[in-house]
Design a protein around this ligand. Structure first.
Ligand code: GDP
Ligand code: MN
Length: 378
């Protein structure tokens, strides 16, 4: 689950990371009032789940209430990487003299958490990573030893932070790592860590992604879920207890068992298509769950065909078929559907579907090819 900048800053603040105090606003008037009360320059920042807001014009510094109102008018309602801005964060503007980068991320390749520091922070950090990777210092945390003060000290030095800031930066980095562990994050980032005046470091931006599988033990953070404006279909799936992940393509995928669904997604790719989603109906799914799953898949307007891949073990082919027929009765289905049904009660299932518009395929490969072809025609 991604947190918004203002939420990430609240969390980081709890762990002692210096963050500006701001206010979340939903209208230009609110922002103007905030600027008036503050009596100083403000920065107005779009709150959407993507980086690159600065480059897209979603971060503006305003010197007074009327400028702040204009900035908010401009930013509220704008679209950044397909996301509409519904709220802005207003904060006292910082006079930034340098921008640094601090981050912690789960590195699956090494199965460790990586801590990353660079003196070349700011909006072009991705560019720096490509063109001058030596400017970015990394440390992989040994899970037995943990992240100790000497690791932090060494890392800020290697990352190129100026000597007089290193003690402060190292302490801040340890707080960031502690926050990362304690809230079960799998990514957190301060970019820029701003230098204000001669020697004051403050987090001008904050990012944090919480491991969804740990939300059960992070009740405070789970409460932020609605406010976090995550994908509406994924949110709906979660409330129905269905494993669904939206992907970018147009072939809807439904299968039983996470492994089979992943294989199905690969098969769609191999057939030259692109899956619209991952959806696992799990083991022993009943008709109603199948109907509900199909309804979810069809909520994605990009879907041009649906591919059911069912290998019956404890899941019964006839139950799946009943679910699909129920769905056809209650939903208006405009896209073609292909099904590969094998295993327990597959023959009964196919018999039930015989009169319907569903296209039955013998193998998973055949079904994938057909679903991809139909999606291309639509
Ligand atoms: P991002 O582009 O989505 O990562 O958004 P950021 O929060 O990092 O803001 C983008 C850029 O705006 C930063 O790199 C800063 O240069 C600038 N910025 C952010 N906050 C302030 C501020 O308080 N004062 C000033 N002068 N610039 C700011
Ligand atoms: Mn940033």
């Amino acid at each position: 689950m991604k947190l918004h900048e203002y939420q990430a800053k609240q969390v980081l603040g709890r762990f002692g990371v210096p963050v500006p105090s701001g206010k979340i606003c939903k209208s230009p008037e609110e922002v103007a009032d905030y600027a008036r009360e503050l009596g100083a320059a403000v920065v107005v920042k779009a709150q959407v789940h993507t980086g690159g807001r600065g480059k897209a014009g979603g971060v503006k510094v305003a010197t007074g209430p009327s400028e702040a109102r204009d900035a908010a008018r401009h930013i509220l309602g704008m679209t950044i990487k397909d996301l509409v801005v519904h709220q802005v964060l207003a904060e006292p503007a910082l006079e930034i003299s340098q921008e640094y980068y601090l981050g912690v991320v789960l590195d699956r390749a090494t199965q460790r958490n990586a801590v990353i520091v660079s003196a070349a922070g700011g909006m072009d950090i991705e560019e720096v990573a490509e063109s001058a990777p030596e400017k970015i210092a990394r440390h992989w945390i040994d899970p037995i030893i943990g992240f100790r003060s000497w690791h932090a000290a060494e890392l800020v030095k290697r990352g190129g932070l100026p000597e007089q800031l290193r003690t402060q930066a190292a302490a801040l980095l340890q707080k960031l790592v502690r926050a990362y562990h304690e809230v079960d994050a799998n990514m957190t980032e301060i970019n820029p860590l701003a230098l204000v005046g001669e020697d004051q470091l403050i987090a001008a931006d904050g990012k944090m992604v919480i491991d969804d599988n740990a939300l059960y033990r992070q009740p405070d953070l789970a409460l932020l879920e609605d406010e976090a404006e995550n994908d509406p279909i994924e949110a709906e799936a979660r409330s129905r207890g269905i494993q669904y992940v939206r992907l970018g393509g147009n072939v809807g995928v439904i299968g039983n068992g996470a492994g089979l669904v992943m294989a199905t997604i690969d098969e769609v790719g191999r057939a030259g298509g692109q899956p619209a989603n991952f959806l696992d109906i799990g083991g022993g799914a009943k008709a109603e769950l199948v109907r509900s799953s199909l309804e979810l898949v069809l909520m994605n307007q990009n879907v041009r065909s649906v591919f059911f891949n069912i290998f019956g073990g404890i899941t019964r082919g006839d139950e799946v078929a009943k679910g699909i027929l129920q769905a056809q009765d209650t939903l208006e289905i405009k896209v073609p559907m292909v099904i590969r049904l094998a295993g327990t009660r597959a023959a009964e299932g196919r018999a039930l579907l015989a009169g319907s518009s569903l296209i039955a395929a013998e193998s998973m490969q055949e079904a994938a090819a057909e679903a991809v072809r139909l999606a291309g025609e639509a």
